[in-house]
Design a protein around this ligand. Structure first.
Ligand code: ADP
Length: 162
């Protein structure tokens, strides 16, 4: 069983994240979408909301995609889940510096865990959780950016102005 861990904030999960998970399922037996518990970062959705929403979005995949929260070092969480792959997405060159730093740091912490990058698909390369939050906050249409389940949740947080 090859399990990949896909760590992030997922505030909220976007079509870009979904695309990475779906493509990863052709390479790995299962993907754990791991939501970082970062009390220092103010989030729109609580940790448990984010985990529950991700689980809803991937309900059809059953045990192949699980959503979990974690705190502390990612490599420790990966080991606890018997996962030897860290999965990350790359949108643009601007993602590269930070991602390279993290991948090298994680390798030095545990050389048995490999980081695998998937290039964002063209259609989603401009999609980020922060763009989604901004568009939703000002009443814009997010239907092309996030799964239907998230559109619903954002509509509850930001009811359309009459
Ligand atoms: P973080 O705070 O760790 O960057 P995010 O939830 O923003 O968490 O992103 C999690 C991962 O998903 C990162 O590897 C990020 O590069 C990737 N990602 C975000 N948006 C997209 C997208 N549109 N297409 C592909 N990968 C993406």
């Amino acid at each position: 069983m090859r399990t990949a861990i896909f760590p992030g904030s997922f505030d909220p999960i976007t079509n870009g994240h979904v695309d990475v998970v779906v493509r990863a399922l052709s390479m790995f037996d299962s993907v754990i979408v791991a939501v970082l518990n970062n009390p220092e970062k103010k989030s729109m959705f609580t940790l448990s909301e984010r985990v529950a929403l991700i689980q809803d979005v991937f309900a059809a995949e059953g045990q192949r995609v699980l959503a979990k929260s974690f705190s502390g070092l990612l490599v420790d969480f990966a080991r606890s889940q018997n996962a030897s792959i860290i999965l990350r997405g790359l949108r643009a060159i601007s993602d590269f510096d930070y991602e390279a730093q993290m991948a090298l740091m994680n390798r030095s912490l545990d050389p048995n865990i490999e980081t695998v990058f998937l290039m964002a698909s063209e259609a989603n390369s401009y999609v980020s959780s922060s763009i989604v939050r901004q568009v939703a906050r000002f009443g814009g249409d997010v239907r092309r950016l996030v799964p239907a389940r998230i559109v619903e949740e954002l509509a509850k947080k930001f009811p359309a102005k009459k």
